[in-house]
Write a protein that binds this ligand. Structure first.
Ligand code: SAH
Length: 487
C-alpha cells in the first residue's frame, strides 16, 4: 500500500516545509510499527522546488487475521481463505487511512509547534495513490473529491495489463491536485474517503467511530453533497450509528449557518440607538450584564453553554473569581475558533487548569455538566427549534441543575427600532424564533416552576419605554428550600 504527497515551492517558501508539516525529517527514512504491520515514511525527492513524501504500509496479513480483525462483513464460508489470500497488502485501503492518522496525527490536526504559521497556509498539493480499491469506480471518486476543491484524475486500472480484453479491475489510480487546501485538510479528506471508497472496513465499527468521523469531517463533511453515502459507508452501514452521525452533522450545519453576522447586526442595533457617543456593541453589553449577574450570585465554577467562538469564556478567564470555566458547543468549528482565540495550546499550566472546551449537544443530558455554580445560555435558545426546547430545558434545569442559570435572548419587540430590519424579520438567519418580553417571561416562569427555580428579569442594552431592551435576560436561582425538602 502506497501513497505519495508532493508539494512545490520556491526559495522563500521551500517545498521541504512539507517535512515540518508532517513532523518527519526529509533526510531520514523512518519506520513505525502499527498493529497491522510496518509503516515507512521516506522522501523520494526533497529540495526547495519539489518535495515528495511517501507512505508505504507493509501489512502483515497473518497478524491481521490473528488479531481477529481481518474479517470482512458477514462470514461467508470462503471467508477463511479470503483472509489470507486477499488484496490487503497491495491496495490502499482503510488500513492506509489508519496508518495516516497514526503516523501523521499532528499534521492531521494542523499542529506544528516548530512553525505554528505553516499548517494554516494552503499550498500546492499533489497526492497519488497508485492502486485504490474504489467501489463505485472513477465516477464516485470524482463525486467525493471534487466538491472539496480537488482536481481529480481517476483512471481505472486494467485487471491485467497484458490482457486488456479482461477489462478493468476494481482499482483506480488516483491523483488529486489542489492549490487551495491545507495539508491538514487533505489528510482529513483521505482519512475519511479512503475507507469510504474501499467500502470494506477491516475492523468492527464501534460508537467512537462517529466521533472520529465528525472530528475528521470538521469543516467539510457537513456541507458535502455525498454526506449520506460517506457517513453510511464510513460507519460500515451500521444504521443506528449512521443516523446518530447524520443527526449530529445536521446540528453542526444548523449551528454554523452564518453565525458570523450576529455581531454585525448587534453593532448596527447599538449604533442606531446610541448615535451620540461611541456605541458599545450589544454583545459587549451582554457580557457585562452576565459578568455582573455571575458576581452577584458568587459563582466560581461556570458553564458557558453554547459558548460559540469563546468571547465570554475569554472574559471569564480574565477574572480570577472564576476558578473553573467550561465552554460547551455543538459546533466543532466554533470550538476550534474558540480554542485559537484563547490560545489554549500556548496557555500556562495554571490558566489551562481553569478552562476546558468540549463538544456536546444541549438537547441531550450530559453527566459532564453536573455540579456547577452557574450556567450561562447566551443567545442560544433561539437557535433551537421550538420542539427541541423542552429537551434543552430538561438537560439544563432537570439534569445538570446548576445553582444559577442565566438565559439571554433577543426581545423581538425591539426589532421595530432597528430601521434596516424589514418588518417581521428576525435578526439572524439561524434564529428559529424571537420572543416578546411576555413570551420569554411566560416560558421562563414555567421552566422555573417545573424545575424548582426562582426567576427574575434584567434588561440588557437601552431599555426603550415602549418596546423594552434589545436583549432580555432571565436569572434563575435554584430554590434551595425546596431542594432541601426534596432531599
Ligand atoms: N453564546 C455565544 C454564541 C451564541 S450563537 C454568544 O453569546 O455569543 C449560538 C451558539 O449555540 C452557537 O455557537 C451554536 O453552535 C450553539 N448551539 C446551537 N444549538 C446547540 C445545541 N443543541 N447544543 C449546543 N450548542 C448549540
Amino acid at each position: 500500500m502506497f501513497l505519495t504527497i508532493s508539494t512545490t515551492g520556491s526559495a522563500e517558501r521551500p517545498a521541504t516545509d512539507l517535512g515540518f508539516l508532517l513532523h518527519k525529517h526529509p533526510e531520514k527514512a523512518q519506520a513505525f510499527s502499527t498493529s497491522y504491520g510496518t509503516a515507512h515514511v521516506l522522501y523520494p525527492e526533497a529540495d526547495a522546488e519539489r518535495c515528495t513524501a511517501a507512505l508505504l504500509l507493509e501489512v502483515d496479513a497473518v497478524a491481521l487475521v490473528r488479531r481477529g480483525k481481518g474479517k470482512g462483513r458477514g462470514g461467508a464460508p470462503d471467508a477463511a481463505l479470503a483472509q489470507y489470500v486477499n488484496d490487503r497488502p497491495y491496495a490502499a485501503s482503510s488500513l492506509l487511512a489508519v496508518a495516516l492518522s497514526g503516523v501523521f496525527s499532528s499534521a492531521m490536526r494542523g499542529v506544528c509547534a516548530a512553525r505554528p504559521e505553516l499548517p494554516e497556509q494552503p499550498r500546492p498539493l499533489r497526492i497519488e495513490v497508485p492502486a485504490l480499491p474504489a467501489r463505485g469506480g472513477p465516477e464516485l471518486v470524482r463525486r467525493l473529491f471534487e466538491p472539496l476543491g480537488w482536481t481529480v484524475t481517476a483512471e481505472p486500472v486494467a485487471l491485467d495489463a497484458e490482457f486488456p480484453e479482461w477489462g478493468d479491475s476494481r482499482y483506480v489510480r488516483l491523483v488529486l491536485e489542489s492549490d487551495t487546501l491545507t495539508l491538514a485538510e487533505a489528510l482529513r479528506h483521505l482519512y475519511v474517503l479512503l475507507p469510504v471508497l474501499d467500502d470494506a472496513k477491516h475492523y468492527w465499527v464501534a460508537s467512537d467511530e462517529v466521533d472520529k468521523l465528525l472530528r475528521a469531517g470538521e469543516g467539510w463533511l457537513p456541507a458535502h453533497p455525498e454526506q449520506k453515502l460517506i457517513t453510511s459507508r464510513y460507519l460500515s452501514r451500521r444504521w443506528s450509528l449512521t443516523r446518530q452521525a447524520m443527526e449530529r452533522l445536521e446540528l453542526v450545519r444548523l449551528a454554523e449557518a452564518d453565525d458570523s453576522d450576529v455581531e454585525e447586526i448587534d453593532n448596527a442595533v447599538a449604533a442606531e440607538t446610541e448615535s451620540e457617543e461611541k456605541p458599545t456593541p450589544l454583545a459587549v453589553r451582554r457580557r457585562e450584564a452576565i459578568l455582573a449577574a455571575l458576581h452577584a450570585c458568587g459563582a466560581a465554577r461556570v458553564l458557558d453553554l453554547g459558548c460559540g467562538q469563546g468571547q465570554l469564556v475569554q472574559a471569564l478567564l480574565k477574572d480570577p473569581s472564576f476558578t473553573e470555566i467550561v465552554g460547551v458547543d455543538v459546533s466543532m468549528r466554533a470550538l476550534t475558533i474558540a480554542s485559537r482565540r484563547l490560545k489554549l495550546d500556548r496557555m500556562g499550566e495554571r490558566q489551562a487548569a481553569r478552562v476546558r472546551l468540549f463538544q456536546g449537544s444541549l438537547a441531550y443530558t450530559d453527566k459532564r455538566l453536573k455540579g456547577y455554580d452557574a450556567a450561562v445560555l447566551s443567545e442560544v435558545i433561539e437557535h433551537l427549534d421550538l420542539p427541541r426546547l423542552p429537551a434543552l430545558e430538561y438537560a439544563v434545569f432537570g439534569a445538570a441543575r446548576p445553582r444559577t442559570v442565566l438565559v439571554t435572548t433577543p426581545n423581538v419587540e425591539y426589532n421595530v427600532r432597528w430601521e434596516t430590519l424589514p418588518a417581521g424579520h428576525v435578526r439572524h438567519g439561524d434564529h428559529r424564533f424571537e420572543w416578546t418580553r411576555e413570551e420569554f417571561r411566560a416560558w421562563a416562569r414555567t421552566v422555573a416552576e417545573r424545575h424548582g427555580y426562582g426567576v427574575g428579569f434584567v434588561p440588557v442594552g437601552p431599555d426603550d419605554p415602549e418596546v423594552g431592551p434589545p436583549t432580555q435576560m432571565a436569572v434563575f436561582t435554584a430554590d434551595t428550600v425546596k431542594e432541601a425538602k426534596a432531599a
